[in-house]
Design a binder for this molecule. Structure first.
Ligand code: GDP
Ligand code: IMO
Ligand code: MG
Length: 423
């Protein structure tokens, strides 16, 4: 039986998953999203075209592939429509290759309003949500109130929609925030019509059949482990299971069907939105990382917070996911630093630990190991041997500390800027 490989972000999202899935797609028949929704922004660059995907799997630019949107994903029909139109304007016809789970949940206009209302009520302690309605939609899913893709074809769909909207309006009365969901309904229902013209499938049967047929499958994670609902820096997290186990529940595949677990991490760290970030740099070094890495959100355009690589956090993510191979991205961004720092632990009340404490509000000082940087531009390098010694020492240190091999090195946003270390 062919196994399903799972590709995941090991930090706070934006590790470069879109680019890497695009690079790996020629080796797979099926690319499947299993959680998250349009809070994701996965960027791909090739032939000088830059494209950002939110709901659609990152295999879409290669022909002859199946792109599956699994049951664990939440879909906003308005954003889905825009994504389809953008692809069609590039001459891609995604209609043949996209399959959508009947069990995927729908983001209603009122979910987005509830997201905004909840955030504005929190003031300083807001999560920094992408305001795409993610939290309220997953709340309705677990609260057993949600609407699913399959419901759109059943009699009474409009009634169910109105029932949920009414409920949301009641909840909104508790907030000092108001917006009218009806303003957005025309667009939303037209998006529903478009979705209905796609292949809507019983995705758990569909994918298990593909596994039996020996098809090669990669599950594309969104967000990152440190944003996971259980293991992320709660409550500053997203509302889905971003970890490897999420691929099982978000696609309907057995744990025994998982093959390689491919973990992606940036050569440094970024975070967008609120929440703890032990290695955050609020000085000119952080500014330099943001500038060189062009660290502005793909979905919201917000500046991303930047800091050094956090080894305890990386090792934690590797543990939770059972990562079997690592991919380092944005390595080129570390060029031009005299010294590069890596956090090896945290000092809390004079004691050094390599575990983030439950209470992250206490004073926590990162302990750093310093390494020599490199000055040569590495963004055009095409073979591993051509990489500076200092960079190879950096990756060798990470492999040694984690015990997991780095199988791919990304040196730029383009598909082509990718180097494979010899094995
Ligand atoms: P994702 O959400 O994990 O798919 O990542 P995003 O697309 O949101 O953010 C990653 C950003 O870095 C995008 O702008 C990519 O085009 C870019 N990128 C990806 N890999 C590299 C790399 O190796 N070097 C540089 N400089 N940029 C990269
Ligand atoms: P990709 O797939 C980075 C962050 C938000 C916020 C928190 C909760 O592109 O890596 P939500 O809208 O999910 O309720 O927001 O999670 N967040 C992301 N940060 N990359 C993402 O996705 C993210 N998706 C959500 O900024 O802090
Ligand atoms: Mg992103």
């Amino acid at each position: 039986m062919h196994k399903v490989d799972v590709l995941l972000g090991l930090q706070w999202g934006d590790e470069g998953k879109g680019k890497i899935v695009d690079v790996l797609t020629p080796g797979y028949d099926v690319i499947a999203r299993f959680q998250g929704g349009p809070n994701a922004g996965h960027s791909l660059v090739f032939n000088e075209i830059r494209h950002i995907l939110h709901t659609i799997p990152s295999g879409i630019f290669h022909s002859g592939k199946i792109n599956l949107i699994g049951n664990g994903v939440v879909i906003d029909p308005v954003i889905f429509r825009k994504e389809i139109e953008a692809l069609e304007s590039m001459g891609i016809s995604p209609r043949d290759s996209i399959y959508i789970s009947q069990k995927a949940h729908l983001i209603l206009p009122s979910h987005k309003i509830l997201d905004a209302a909840s955030e504005s009520s929190k003031g300083e302690t807001k999560i920094g949500s992408t305001l795409k309605g993610i939290g309220p939609t997953y709340m309705d899913k677990t609260g057993r109130n949600g609407l699913r893709i399959g419901d759109t074809g059943l009699p009474g769909f409009k009634d169910k929609y109105n029932f949920l909207k009414k409920k949301h309006r009641e909840i909104l009365k508790q907030y000092d925030y108001y917006d009218d969901p009806e303003k957005y309904e025309e667009e939303w229902f037209s998006g529903i019509e478009l979705i209905r013209s796609f292949k809507l499938v019983e995705s758990e049967h569909f994918i298990n059949q593909l596994i039996r047929e020996g098809k090669s499958i990669i599950a594309e994670g969104a967000q990152g482990t440190l944003l996971d609902i259980d293991f992320g820096s709660y409550p500053y997290v997203t509302s889905s299971s971003t970890i490897c186990a999420g691929a099982c529940t978000g696609l309907g595949i057995a744990p025994s069907s998982i093959g390689n677990v491919i973990g992606i991490f940036k050569a440094y760290c970024t975070r967008v939105g609120g929440g703890p970030f032990p290695t955050e740099l609020l000085d000119e070094t952080g500014e330099k990382l943001r500038k060189q890495g062009m660290e502005f959100g793909s979905t919201t355009g917000r500046p991303r917070r930047c800091g050094w690589l956090d080894m305890p956090a990386l090792k934690y993510s590797i543990m939770i996911n059972g990562v079997t191979q690592l991919i380092i991205t944005k390595s080129d961004v570390l060029t031009g630093f005299d010294r590069i720092k890596v956090c090896t632990g945290y000092r809390i009340n004079g004691e050094i630990t390599d575990q983030l404490p439950f209470d992250t509000a206490q004073t926590l000082e990162p302990v750093y190991r310093e390494m020599k940087g490199w000055q040569a531009d590495i963004s055009k390098i095409t073979d591993y041997a051509g990489l500076p010694k200092e960079f190879r020492e950096y990756t060798a240190y990470i492999e040694q500390e984690t015990g997991v091999p780095i199988t791919m090195i990304s040196l730029g946003p383009d598909r082509a800027a990718t180097v494979f270390p010899p094995r």
